[in-house]
Write a protein that binds this ligand. Structure first.
Ligand code: ZN
Ligand code: FE
Length: 249
């Protein structure tokens, strides 16, 4: 069974090291901060054998070179990762299978934040690493893709089992909650969750990971068709994404 070690990185990223105890294989999910990853791996007694990138942004792939130089790790990721340096040793995209030791994950293309953004899904463990595609109560900004592409990507994630655990790459939840409450004020589950988020953050605790079930009930982007029922789902999603980009809350 997959072991997951989560730790804060940079100002609001999360770092993840995943480990197969049977083989000792360890993957860095993204590389926001090489030094912190190396320190955390050493503290766990794990040696980083692999780097799995979700997308090319520097707070996700910027530490690839340093970690690779230090550990000899193999880099797996979307082709776009070459934009910040060397291409991945193994380029993957939708439908590919990747393994950490004996544990298999499936690659989903969840483009929109960047065109080539991928997620890693461990079906047996019901765990997914979703990078900047879906956040707790939010979703990634559309820097490169269209609303149609992002909506399709979010539907792929929404098709995972309801009790799947989602690990997103940033602690943006409290500000996401302010927007969610502004556009979905009558959602009782959202109000309850928002209060819980405030409690967690006041105690210095992470709001990541989250369950898909709770996102489906409270994330305004997944709920776009319920929040704006009179337009088609892509239009509803596009309108909410635009509103969030302009939101001052
Ligand atoms: Zn990003
Ligand atoms: Fe990011």
């Amino acid at each position: 069974m997959l072991q997951i070690h989560q730790f804060p990185c940079l100002s609001d990223n999360y770092g993840f090291l995943i480990h197969d105890p049977a083989t000792g294989a360890t993957a860095a999910i993204d590389t926001p901060d090489a030094e912190e990853y190396l320190r955390q791996a050493e503290a766990k007694g794990w040696r980083i054998t692999d780097i799995w990138n979700t997308h090319w942004h520097p707070d996700h792939a910027g530490g690839n070179a340093a970690i690779k130089e230090n550990t000899g790790a193999t880099v797996t990721g979307p082709a776009e990762v070459k934009r910040i340096g060397t291409p991945p040793d193994r380029v993957v995209d939708d439908g590919d299978r990747v393994k950490i030791g004996g544990i298999e994950a499936r690659v989903l293309n969840v483009g929109g934040h960047t065109l080539g953004h991928i997620a890693y899904v461990f079906d047996a463990d019901k765990v997914a690493f979703v990078g900047d595609a879906l956040f707790a109560l939010g979703c990634g900004r559309l820097f490169e893709g269209t609303p149609q592409q992002m909506w399709t990507s979010l539907q792929k994630l929404a098709a995972l089992p309801d009790d799947a655990t989602l690990y997103c790459a940033h602690e943006y939840t409290q500000s996401n909650a302010r927007f969610a409450l502004a556009v979905d004020p009558d959602n009782a589950a959202l109000r309850t969750r928002s209060a819980e988020i405030d409690r967690l953050r006041a105690a210095g605790k992470p709001t990541v990971p989250m369950t898909l079930r709770l996102e489906k009930d409270t994330n305004p982007f997944l709920r776009a068709p319920a929040i704006l029922p009179n337009v088609d789902p892509v239009e509803a999603f596009a309108a909410l994404r635009k509103q969030k980009d302009e939101f001052k809350g």
